[in-house]
Structure formats: C-alpha cells, structure tokens
Design a binder for this molecule. Structure first.
Ligand SMILES: C[S@@+](CC[C@H](N)C(=O)[O-])C[C@H]1O[C@@H](n2cnc3c(N)ncnc32)[C@H](O)[C@@H]1O
Length: 231
C-alpha cells in the first residue's frame, strides 16, 4: 500500500525509483555523470533526494565519498544498507531532512567543496521558490569546478496534463492529475518545468547550465556549474 502523504518513491507500475535506480532511458544522464566522476580525483559528492542509494553506490564505486540525503529516514537507512552490502560503508554519510533546511546545509563541510551534487528526480517535489533556495545552497557548497547534475520532469512530458503546465511557474505546485498520478504513483504535489524555466531557475541561483537535453519521456537531464560572476 502506497503512502500518498510521502514524496513518490516507488512507482505503481514496472520499474523503480531509488531502490534499483532504474535507467528507463538508455542514454541516461548517469552515462555522462559516472564517466565524468571516474575522471576526477577522489572528492565528496552529495546525492540530494537519494532514494535507496542506488546511484550513490555507483558514485562511491568511482572512488568518492557520498553524502546520501533524503527527507525520508527509511531512504537514508536503505542507502546505508546498500553501501554496507557493497563493502562501501566507509564512503557513506547519511543525512535526513528536507532539502531546503539551512541546518542540513550547514552540516556539509566546505573545505574543498562538493565535486558533484546530484538532484535526480527530487527537485520537482518542492515549489519553484524553494527550488531556487535549494540551488543557492547547492551553489555555495560546490567546488570551483564542481557540477550540479539533475533530472527534472518537464512540464511538456506526456504524463503531465495541460492543466498543470498552464499554471504560472511560481504557483505550479500541485498534483499532476488523478489519472496520471495514480498510474505512476505520483499523487503528491510537484512542480514541473519547461527547459527555459529550468535554465532561468538555475540562473537565478547563480548556476549556468552546461548541458541539458529533454528525453522522450519528458525529463530534462543535464549539469550546471557555478556562475563565477554571481554572488
Ligand atoms: C522519485 S524519488 C528519486 C530517488 C532517486 N534520486 C532516483 O532517482 O532514483 C524522489 C526522492 O526525493 C526525496 N525527496 C522528496 N522531497 C524531498 C525534500 N523536500 N527533501 C529531501 N528529499 C526529498 C524522496 O523522499 C525520494 O527519495
């Protein structure tokens, strides 16, 4: 039985967020992220909205320390178990809390900054104004050459009804539609973005998108870096 009061974790149909970290598109962002991480000296990576830590484990396997941060304690626990199972306990740090919580951000050290910060299917679960605050925090924690990697559901995705995308961005925090929400177990409020809106949101937070593409499923996938001119 699905708990509709919690952010979506397990879709009702086939596939799975979090646990197996499902790639439902062959040319998924991980195909760019993981090789990029493999080419970096060991550093710290933050997986924000980590689910069950499937991606986190893969990033740790590239030699990095991973902070798995999620709103749901069971996700952080599942991530820890996932790392333990793979013999990667020493690469794991867990953090439980909401992504806009300044206290959580404060607990993340700044010594060398984050090599990467991943926001995989997690940014949509907050309103756009909160998302900007999250990205401002993210920018402040990035290493000079660090990247924010993201997968964000687009407002033009086939599963998103016209009624949702017709709402102005700053008020677009609502369930997508009862039918579509039921189908994929996305019944909680979400904010979806056009690629232009997403680029503007990042820009507002002092981040510039390096690469972004929209997949057939309607996800915007890409990475951004800190705009050196921004405060
Ligand atoms: C759709 S799942 C994606 C999980 C994983 N990143 C993946 O792509 O498989 C969204 C995750 O974001 C987490 N989440 C939702 N809202 C959050 C918030 N405000 N702060 C932190 N995590 C949040 C959920 O608990 C869930 O684990």
């Amino acid at each position: 039985m699905v708990d509709a009061s919690k952010p979506c974790l397990i879709p009702a149909g086939s596939g799975g967020f979090g646990g197996a970290y499902m790639n439902y598109e062959r040319d998924s962002i991980e195909d760019a992220l993981l090789p990029w991480l493999a080419g970096q000296s060991p550093g710290t990576v933050l997986d924000l909205g980590c689910g069950h830590g499937g991606l986190g484990v893969r990033m740790a396997e590239e030699g990095h320390r991973v902070i798995c941060w999620d709103l749901q304690p069971e996700c952080v626990e599942a991530s820890q178990a996932h790392f333990d199972d793979r013999g990667l306990s020493s690469s794991f740090d867990g953090m439980c809390g909401t992504m806009e919580d300044p206290d959580c951000w404060q607990r993340i050290g700044r010594e060398r900054g984050l090599l990467a910060l991943t926001l995989m299917r997690s940014l949509i679960w907050v309103p756009a104004d909160t998302a900007v605050k999250v990205l401002v925090h993210a920018r402040g924690k990035l290493a000079a050459d660090g990247r924010v990697w993201f997968v964000v559901l687009g407002c033009d995705a086939p599963i998103v009804p016209e009624s949702h995308r017709a709402v102005p961005l700053r008020q677009r925090f609502a369930p997508i539609s009862p039918e579509a929400g039921e189908l994929i177990n996305m019944r909680q409020p979400v904010t979806t973005y056009s690629s232009r809106e997403l680029a503007e949101l990042f820009q507002e937070a002092g981040l510039t998108i390096g690469e972004m593409r929209t997949t057939g499923y309607g996800h915007h996938k890409g990475w951004a870096f800190a705009d050196s001119g921004a405060v």
